[in-house]
Design a protein around this ligand. Sequence first.
Ligand code: PMP
Length: 436
Amino acid sequence: GDLAPDEASLLARRRRALGVLAPVFYEHPVHIVRGRGAHLFSADGADYLDCYNNVAVVGHANPHVREAVADQLTRQDTHTRYLQDEVVDYAERLLDTFPEPLDHVAFTNSGSESNDLALRMARTFTGHRGVVVTGNAYHGITALVSSVSPSFGTGLPLAPFLVSVPVDDVLKHPDGTFDDPDVAACARAELVARFEAAFTRLHDAGYGVSAVLLDQIFSSDGVLPGAAGWVGDVADAVHRAGGLLIADEVQSGFARTGERFWGFLRHQADADIVTMGKPMGNGIPTGAVVYKHGIGDTFAECTRYFNTFGGNPVSMRAAGAVLDEIDRLGLQRHARDLGDRIAASMNDLLADTPRFGGIRHSGLFLGVDVLADDGSGRPDPAAAARIIAALRERRVLISGSAADGSSLKLRPPLVFSGSDADRLLSALADVKPLFG
Ligand code: PMP
């Protein structure tokens, strides 16, 4: 499709002012002026189905969040070195969602900042530098965090103290599940062995092991929920090696994966530090680092840490309203039930197509592999890109995952309704020939 003249001019102005650091999705960009629930609207009223937004979890322009923020703006909005109710009220509510050893929280403004702080805490607590992540992990943009994010590609130097461990070959199980206990046990053993080999390399190189940092849904490795439990095995292994487990819940947290409120709890992993961001404030920037208190005590002895905007009352009120809405609307259970339904329907719809390589999901986080049509089983990123573009032309917004972009990635706002799901499935039925 062609852009309207005013949209073409906005795109040109954007490129002049924001340059190449602000890429825009789609060759045929989407111009959004407002949103509601899981829908985004353009100026001419066209209704786009948002299947990709894990920030606006409780819905675009959620009225409860808006009222909480507006109310707080009429009161005060300053940093947290004065005594304030908002940050304490929210901290207590957040900590109530964690098992007991994770008993303290520090507030930040983004997922990147949270991971940066978590890595620094792990380094001071363990006295080691070595970090282990998955093969195509993304954890954020600070100097430290980008140096442990292999998904930035080959352009940026990764940290010398980083070892990345591929997990996608094991976890891209053909039927998307590890229901067979023997298959699951075998996968878990193989993965732990790989992490243990990484720890040995870091010890041999003199770095020791500070942390394993894992995105709890492996959103840039292709969306890899199974085999539930393997992250718990890795937690035990990293503890034996003298390091910590940092659970990055930026993508998987706040009920998205359905079964549990946090992804690491699906794996019954003994996480030492948990980081979060994106959905926490439904779009009002806020992030957090939840940790076992001893880890923070050691950090505070070595460093002065103060975060001007972290825990500010406006963000805390937004975050509190998000928890209210997840609870009031039963979104965790909804994510589980609707995610299961969508995955089963997509499987039925696409199972007989040669390019369909399987679907994996946990709650409302879904990944679909797109293969070459020659029966070779090779991933086909170009075909995935064509499907993403064709859905966009039907006003259904999704995106891609995996190092080569060959998996489709769907993670809609958690308020995605049954009729939203029907619309997604009918658009997929329209583009089914592209799987042929
Ligand atoms: N961790 C993961 C797993 C992420 O997906 C992202 C963002 N895509 C980040 C961290 C960084 O979060 P932010 O963009 O809020 O800094």
